[in-house]
Design a protein around this ligand. Structure first.
Ligand code: ATP
Ligand code: MG
Ligand code: MG
Length: 415
């Protein structure tokens, strides 16, 4: 992809926007861009520099993303709505063409990394709660105030405000910014043998990750490692990647969202709006709490991926109203419920399962009009109770139920 119309090759120390930004290290990449940690010599701060591929369709997409990000920044001058902030944007001409560049506030690891870091065990519910509040704050702002649908909400597109590992954070680790390209090497200080070394390292890490994942799933002959302690990690986060976002009155594509987070109305092509983001939000919250995707459809003999997806939804959430869809060639369904699944498969206590599914279940309504909005979710008692995952509320005595009920009641009364 590093050819005409594609990515711009960046070397450590490269400068952008007439010397204002200096590339430090690569942070990530996507289908449309590479993203670099850069040092902003004007503000003396680190930023994320998103450098789009140069072909016209990518430039068009970047312009659209910039338009949305500008609206987001304008509507939230104090930057408190848990959405990534656009700092600047400009064009950069390189050997592969003209690249639109977005300068974004520098954020940390994605929730997907957090889930992996936690060995796919599911986070403690008090952590899930904090993250849900951030995401819902962002969605309420996008939906109610701006009329924007994100259309690709998933753990990968939600970034923590900090890195999980403080030594990887350029600010907390006190890294000295690189101000010019390291001398003497055309690769900007990176020799081929070090690239090879890196590739080998990466392969080793990939193998380690696979066996770790197996172990976490209780593979044969391996002792599963416990979840990692996340105490002390600030779990504030922000929604990123507005490349596919749209104004609700101007939907862009018929097929939106990443497969596993796709809402039923999108699969059925019956029109979508803000509620499609709410479905993806609920899938994300489930994944944070369990470490596994809520729905992972596959195609098989005699049924498509869409049909499997709808079948999985119905097995967990009950039959879809006839008016929505009439199932024709589907396998025999095994019905269950969300709170049974949380107890049986993910070993939630009865109380935790009941409370968490009490929060999530309404969002998984097949009828988008009936799903609660982000604002309504923010009012839900589950988000506003103190942690029930540890301590005195953990027991399954009847006292506890009274306790939980009381605390919900108190919160309602306080409002
Ligand atoms: P996609 O194929 O997902 O649409 P994209 O080309 O639009 O990708 P992004 O998803 O915006 O690119 O960014 C790619 C990656 O770069 C992210 O997954 C993340 O790892 C990293 N990244 C993006 N924005 C930031 C940021 N503000 N701070 C730190 N890292 C970031
Ligand atoms: Mg992305
Ligand atoms: Mg994108």
């Amino acid at each position: 992809s590093y050819r005409k119309g594609g990515y711009h090759a960046v070397r450590v120390g490269d400068s952008f926007a007439a010397g204002r930004y200096i590339a430090q290290q690569k942070l990530g990449w996507g289908q449309f861009s590479t993203v670099w940690l850069a040092y902003d010599t004007q503000s003396s701060k680190y930023v994320a520099l998103k450098i789009q591929k140069s072909a016209p369709q990518f430039a068009q997409a970047a312009l659209h993303e910039i338009e949305i990000l500008c609206a987001i920044a304008d509507g939230d001058p104090s930057n408190e709505k848990s959405v990534v902030r656009l700092v600047d944007h400009f064009k950069h001409v390189g050997p592969n063409g003209q690249h639109l560049c977005m300068v974004l506030e520098f954020l940390g690891d994605s929730l997907l990394r957090l889930i992996k870091y936690n060995r796919y065990k599911g986070l403690q519910l008090d952590k899930v709660r904090e993250i849900c509040k951030c995401i819902l704050t962002a969605l309420d702002y996008l939906h109610e105030k701006l009329g924007i649908i994100h259309t690709d909400l998933k753990p990968e597109n939600i970034l923590l405000c900090n890195t999980i590992n403080p030594s990887k954070d350029p600010i907390r680790s006190g890294m000295t910014p690189i101000l010019e390209r390291p001398e003497g090497n055309p690769n900007g200080g990176v020799s081929m043998s070090s690239i090879e070394k890196k590739l080998k390292q990466r392969a080793r890490r990939a193998i380690a990750r696979i066996s770790e994942r197996r172990a976490s799933m209780g593979g044969v002959g391996v002792v599963p490692k416990p979840a990692r302690c996340l105490d002390g990690i600030d779990l504030r986060c922000k929604v990123v990647d507005f490349g596919n976002a749209c104004w609700a009155d101007r939907p862009i594509a018929e097929e939106i969202q990443t497969r596993q987070y796709r809402a039923p109305e999108v699969i059925l092509q019956s029109g979508y709006s803000f509620a499609a983001d709410m479905w993806s939000f609920a899938c994300t919250a489930f994944e944070l709490a369990t470490g596994e995707m809520m729905f992972a459809p596959k195609n098989g003999q005699g049924f498509s991926e869409d049909e499997d997806h709808l079948a999985l939804m119905m097995e967990l959430l009950g039959k879809m109203p006839r008016k929505i869809w009439d199932l024709k060639r589907i396998r025999r369904l095994k019905y269950g419920t969300l709170d049974r699944l949380l107890v049986d498969k993910y070993k939630f206590s009865d109380a935790d399962a009941r409370d968490f599914s009490g929060f999530l279940r309404p969002v998984f309504d097949f009828e988008p009009e009936k799903r609660p909005t982000a604002k309504q979710c923010l009012q839900h008692p589950w988000l506003n109770t103190v942690n029930q995952a540890h301590g005195e509320l953990k027991s399954e005595s009847s006292d506890e139920k009274v306790n939980v009920g009381m605390s919900n009641l108190q919160i309602k009364l306080r409002k």
